[in-house]
Design a protein around this ligand. Sequence first.
Ligand code: G3P
Length: 218
Amino acid sequence: MKFFVDSADTAEIRDLAATGLVDGVTTNPSLIAKSGRPFLDVIAEICAIVGGPVSAEVAATDHETMLAEGRKLAGLASNVAVKVPLTPDGLRTCKALSDDGVAVNVTLCFSAGQALLAAKAGAAFVSPFAGRLDDIGHDGMALIRDICAIYANYDDLRTSVLAASVRGPAHVIEAARAGAHVATVPPGVLRQLFRHPLTDAGLEAFLADWRKTGQSIL
Ligand code: G3P
């Protein structure tokens, strides 16, 4: 499973990328607004930090303008994945950009039927929002499982399932169990994945015993 960071905070992204475990980044207009910085600058900077796909979302809702925005975003760096919403115009734009060789991430996916359409439109990624479904009393992970199972029926299908709106480590584990190709995780959730209290306690005990030996490795 690949890990993307769901953030437009370049300091956080740089810090996490140093672990060598970050395969890409996703942003959205809300994350860009939170950064308080110019969109195009932020995307160009992230693309220089992380070699993998960096999702940058169009802001228009009509096909012609989405296409123009998508082409401009794709021109920023070779690893930009243009993000379009799962609307008829978004999917039309996805098809046009994909036909031109641009990677497209179809976002705001909330049903398996929508995911089928995204795949048919040639999306490189489809982003089902697990957490937002949970928020309204639905089962977000059931959707991820459904999409993974459906996509697995078709050998020629090239769309990766990108589990989005991830709220905690349990979502990541469930998405991996379902076979999602990617999880995009907020920085805090990625940090949580590293941690376990028994790791901390065990390390403390090992280091205390090591100090008693009076030895050093270097
Ligand atoms: O970037 C898309 C998605 O991950 C947003 O998540 O937490 O705003 O529902 P959230």
